[in-house]
Design a protein around this ligand. Structure first.
Ligand code: ATP
Length: 275
């Protein structure tokens, strides 16, 4: 497998208003520092880290929504210059148009790609079926459960046929049962579509269940502390992976790496060192 994504010594510094200086002055705030890792084509990488360590910043950089202060991010060997249809992003909040049906939400994005109406409808139906929403095409977002809305958001991202799917805590707002169902479905979708997926989460169980590798970040300024190779075989997701010894071991290993970082991050928050 070749490298799909490369973070090459990436640092992101934000300018923030300073509270202890004169009005109008700003100070620098390092969100992530010297992040250096790569992701193979077709790989599923999950990323965990304490609150505020820069996970979303890292994903925003990859999505081209913001630029690194130093270093570069390469996609297929080329520096990312901005957003592109080769990367689909799924956020915690579904961001669906409330006035459009499930099908309409998917078709809308495809219109801007110049895809003819008949084909748009076929693509929308195909991806709604892939996420288990056949029969719900004409429902409006307010007529769908949280889990269903997130399925529509995933279908919408996949419909663009991106090479890479960037997921920023997409299941965090869902109840535990729906979350587990969607995790299993996401693995099945990944097996079928062979997309490269980067999945951000606070949940160690979620990271272990989903990722072929799990990247653990330090507290802010976030950097990659360690990447573990997940021993869980994802080839048969029918099995109850969560109850295996391998799952418990991987979970323990990640918690050992995270524990100290979570403590540091909580201390920083108490002493007001986080933004
Ligand atoms: N536009 C911005 N301007 C200034 N500071 C920012 C900006 N965006 C993020 N930050 C700061 O950078 C740090 C990292 O934020 P980020 O949202 O990436 O963390 P996170 O790990 O995703 O957090 P959480 O797990 O709580 O969602 C935070 O301290 C945040 O306040």
């Amino acid at each position: 497998m070749t490298d799909k994504i490369q973070f090459d010594h990436v640092t992101k510094i934000f300018k923030v208003r300073s509270s202890d200086r004169k009005k109008g002055e700003s100070k620098e705030f390092t969100a992530i520092q010297n992040v250096h890792f790569s992701v193979k084509s077709g790989e599923f990488l999950s990323l965990v880290g304490p609150s505020g360590c820069g996970k979303s910043t890292l994903l925003d950089l990859l999505g081209g929504l913001t630029k690194p202060t130093s270093g570069q991010i390469l996609l297929d060997g080329k520096a990312i210059e901005g957003p592109g249809l080769d990367r689909g992003i799924v956020f915690q909040q579904y961001a669906l148009f409330p006035w459009k049906t499930a099908k309409g939400n998917i078709e809308f994005g495809l219109e801007s790609k110049g895809i003819p109406k008949k084909e748009r409808t076929e693509i929308a139906r195909h991806f709604l079926s892939l996420v288990g929403l056949s029969g719900f095409e004409d429902r409006y977002p307010h007529e769908l459960s949280g889990g269903m809305k997130q399925r529509v958001a995933i279908a919408r991202s996949l419909a663009f046929d991106p090479d890479v799917l960037l997921m920023d805590e997409p299941f965090a707002a869902l109840d535990a049962q729906t979350r587990e169902t969607l995790q299993t479905e996401l693995l099945q979708i990944w097996e079928q579509t062979k997309k490269t997926i980067i999945f951000i989460t606070h949940g160690i169980d979620e990271a272990v269940y989903l990722g072929q590798r799990v990247a653990v970040m330090t507290s802010r300024p976030g950097t990659i502390k360690h990447i573990i190779q997940n021993p869980l075989q994802k080839s048969s997701v029918e099995e109850d992976l969560r109850s295996t010894v391998e799952f418990a071991n991987a979970r323990h290993q990640i918690w050992e790496l995270l524990r100290e970082e979570v403590k540091k991050s909580q201390n920083d928050q108490k002493t007001g060192q986080s933004a």
